[in-house]
Design a protein around this ligand. Sequence first.
Ligand code: FES
Length: 145
Amino acid sequence: MELSTRFEPKIVGFLCRWCAYTGADLAGTSRIKYPPNVNPIRVNCSGRVDPTLVLKALTTGADGVLIAGCHPGDCHYTSGNVKALRRFKLLQKMLDQFGIERERVRLEWVSASEGERYARIVGQMTEEIRQLGPLDWKAKVEALA
Ligand code: FES
């Protein structure tokens, strides 16, 4: 048997417990096939994902970060996902400053019934990051100096 040398991205997933995390669960219980590259972390709301958490993930070995929450209008805390969207836009600008590709951080809306959508997003993101290659945060930041 030949061992694969294909790059397997490490992706941290901050998933809102009310929607996206349940959607991810549904993908699993429905036996939908998707890459195992996302390490899910359950959060109460996408609005609770502080940008420093995303940066911490990227600086400590993650090649990408997925933030997933309830669709607009469905947030259990009224506007947490709107806050997440605002923070995400700022985060994208910050990534630009560091020379980090925007595709490495993604914000998506996934409902509890959208297991297939979750699986598709994970598949797409994994492939995109695989194409980009590993994130060497230290080298990227040192290159700016
Ligand atoms: S409760 Fe899901 S995004 Fe706010």
